[in-house]
Design a binder for this molecule. Sequence first.
Ligand SMILES: Cc1ncc(COP(=O)(O)OP(=O)(O)O)c(N)n1
Ligand SMILES: Cc1nc(C(=O)O)sc1CCOP(=O)(O)O
Ligand SMILES: [Mg+2]
Length: 204
Amino acid sequence: MQTFNGLYAITPDTDDSERLIEQVGAVLDGGARILQYRNKGSDTVRRLWQANILASLARSRNALFIVNDDVELARAVGADGVHVGRDDADIAAARAALAPGAIVGASCYDSLELARAAVAAGASYVAFGAVFPSATKPGAVAAPLSLFAEAASLGVPRVAIGGITAANAGAVVAAGADAIAVIGGLFEQADPGTAARTLAALYR
Ligand SMILES: Cc1ncc(COP(=O)(O)OP(=O)(O)O)c(N)n1
Ligand SMILES: Cc1nc(C(=O)O)sc1CCOP(=O)(O)O
Ligand SMILES: [Mg+2]
């Protein structure tokens, strides 16, 4: 797998494809190394269309492209991988459905035990969150930053998610997160490109 670290941008739910493409282009140009297509609201046709365009955009910037939840969509657009949580496909099934070497990321919430099990099941990276209160997912469980040091021995990249912004991301990086996954801290900002540049700089 190409080095998996840095700014991990996750798309907001939107039907406005034109704006989404413009914002994602700016975020990739700002230094995001990984892009996740996450869209819980649009219909299947629009999701396929958006995912295809964003996959090309990510490829053109040498960024990894991951699809949230939907293994079939990941296959259909030739994504680098998929991200699954507790309500999604299991890790082994996702891996079996994708090309050899595909990335399968796993949500582990606030649980080191879940992370150990995910790695044993073949996860390529583990994600802990929410590290800060998230307006995108207000009900998310709170995950302490101490998890990142505790998970160092797992031997896979550790991703932080939830409420991450330019104002608090330094603490997450200092705690040991290999990547910071961000929605609102990019796509709810007046200038997503500048926000991306600020967040990506924490890994340089
Ligand atoms: C990088 C990353 N981490 C966590 C999640 C959350 O996944 P999940 O718990 O399945 O919740 P939904 O995103 O599907 O609402 C993620 N998508 N990406
Ligand atoms: C999709 C998601 N998963 C979370 C978890 O804790 O597992 S928090 C979250 C929302 C992330 O968006 P924002 O950067 O706007 O807070
Ligand atoms: Mg999910």
